[in-house]
Write a protein that binds this ligand. Structure first.
Ligand code: NDP
Length: 487
């Protein structure tokens, strides 16, 4: 098997196997080939992982922040050195093309370790003078943090959650999606190699019930989930029952707004990035593309010409621009939305079905798809499809497009394309979304806080903002005078 790991889990600084756990077959979605077989964690292994994390965290929290940071930065260097191998593994795990993984996955994970390694020693409290007396605050660790990952960015999600948590002095138990179990193991292995004491970053595999057992575990202090809104609601309710901290990075149905003064080619590029990268399997995608009616026809012509030219194929071929979807089951779901779009009366401009061609039939390939004439009430404009399906909606006025863009219970991301500086800021200011762009889409440097409002989530990942979500404040009042009691 092409990507068989040493063992299924990584606990207390070493690979661990227990073949009595349910079988997890890791399928390469480009061919249907099984590239690895792993096992779900048994209750005994879950206990071992949490116990080792709890043990290790006590000393880690007392380790000098600069020393913690140095280890994380070393992990960043190792990830960069192994970018090729990690990218091939990410491609085998997800089906995303190597052309993308070589620039997007291990490298963004490395950026996170470098960034949090760099700021670990700046996690300070404050001093609040109160006459002679004063209060000082410290940012203290939470304890053992649970990360639960979606399948679209398995290396990046494992690194983002790990880097911020470890910088703050926490230990981590990470559960990847069972669809993409391979990459987080490499992150764990690299952290050990970089000098991270054993037990601080554990990976346990499993289906949803392993995740729910971990969420309910009394020694888990925080849960950070990247996943769907439905899973988020369940996980947040379970965490809430024990008053645990949560970060929820959930789904979206984000607007991308193109005004008639926009640089049209840049807007088309933005719309492409916002819908077809990773075969459209990105939570922050701008899938509702609102285009001003004066330029809609021209926008469509330029967009469709470029979308038709997207090269589908073997994800390991560096020339391939778009790979398959994550699985056959997900493909069926995306195809059903393509069918639904037609039934709802949207006009198909390109794509709309499975991709046929050399070797594609074995994989979960669909064509990059553009619908126009989409209206706000259509399900393709309301529900997250999580595939390469772009919907064009025409608009006339600024107030109208803002109201329509906000008419959703999701609020992960938004973007606006215009040359009018004042309009750009005015419109973005009125859009209900956590992560926004002006004249681009889906650019996410680690320095930028990332997360959603409304049902798209709670908390922020990346940037200094994530430190607030992986630590808590301890306040200490220091009395410099006498103490007077009233009785
Ligand atoms: P899911 O919500 O199906 O699963 C996410 C993770 O949660 C998986 O590891 C899953 O395990 C686990 N899980 C499922 N049920 C439970 C439970 N009851 N308790 C604990 N853990 C559980 O999402 P997908 O993996 O299908 O990913 C796609 C979704 O993720 C999309 O909606 C997308 O928008 C969202 N997403 C959000 C991002 C963001 O940052 N906002 C980024 C990327 C994706 P298992 O797979 O084993 O069932």
């Amino acid at each position: 098997m092409r990507a068989q790991p040493v063992a299924s889990h990584y606990i207390d600084g070493a690979y661990v196997e227990d073949a009595s756990g349910a079988l997890i077959e890791c399928v390469y979605p480009a061919t249907g080939e099984i590239v690895a077989r792993l096992h779900s964690a048994t209750p005994a292994l879950i206990e071992r992982a949490v116990a080792s994390a709890k043990r290790a965290q006590v000393e880690w929290e007392r380790t000098l922040p600069a020393d913690r940071g140095r280890i994380l930065r070393r992990a960043a260097d190792i990830m960069r050195d192994r970018n090729h191998d990690l990218s091939v593994l990410e491609t085998l795990d997800t089906g995303k093309p190597y052309q993308e993984t070589i620039v997007a996955d291990a490298l963004s994970g490395a950026e996170a370790f470098e960034f949090y390694g760099g700021i670990a020693s700046t996690i300070n409290g404050e001093c609040i003078p109160l006459g002679d007396s004063f209060v000082y605050t410290k940012r203290i660790a939470l304890g053992v943090c649970l990360g639960i990952g979606a399948w679209n960015y398995p290396t990046q999600i494992a690194a983002y959650k790990g880097a911020a948590a470890l910088a703050c002095g926490n230990a981590v138990v990470f559960k990847p999606s069972e669809v993409t179990p391979l990459c987080a193991l490499k992150v764990a292995e690299i952290l050990t190699e970089a000098g991270l004491p054993k037990g601080l970053y554990n990976v346990v595999q499993g289906y949803g019930e392993v995740g729910s057992t971990l969420v309910a575990h009394p020694d888990i202090e925080k849960v950070s989930l990247t996943g769907s809104v439905q899973t988020g609601a369940r996980v947040m309710a379970a965490a809430g029952a024990d008053i645990k901290h949560v970060t929820m990075e959930l789904g979206g149905k984000s607007p991308l707004i193109v005004f008639d003064d926009a640089d049209l080619d840049a807007a088309v590029s933005g719309a492409i990035l916002a819908n077809f990268y990773s075969a459209g399997q990105i939570c922050s995608n701008g899938t509702r593309v609102f285009v001003h009616r004066n330029i809609r026809a021209e926008f469509e012509t330029r967009l469709v010409e470029r979308v038709r030219a997207i090269r589908l194929g073997d994800p390991l071929d560096p020339e391939t621009q778009m790979g398959p979807l994550i699985s056959q089951a997900h493909m069926e779901r995306v195809l059903s939305y393509m069918q639904l779009g037609r039934e709802e009366g949207a006009r198909l401009l390109c794509g709309g079905g499975r991709a046929k061609g050399d070797g594609l039939a074995r994989g979960a390939y669909v064509l990059p798809t553009v619908f126009t004439g989409v209206t706000d009430d259509m399900r393709i404009a309301r529900e997250e499809i999580f595939g390469p399906v772009l919907s064009i909606l025409e608009f006339s006025t600024e107030d109208e497009v803002i109201a329509r863009a906000n008419d959703t219970d999701l609020g992960l991301a938004a973007s606006v394309f215009t040359r009018d500086l004042q309009r750009a800021h005015r419109v973005i200011d009125r859009i209900h979304a956590g992560t926004c762009w002006i004249n681009t889409h889906n650019i996410m440097p680690v320095e930028m806080p990332f997360g959603g409002v409304k049902k798209s989530g709670v908390g922020r990942e990346n940037s200094r903002a994530a430190l607030d979500h992986y630590s808590q404040i301890k306040s200490v009042y220091v009395e410099m005078g006498g103490v007077q009691a009233p009785y």
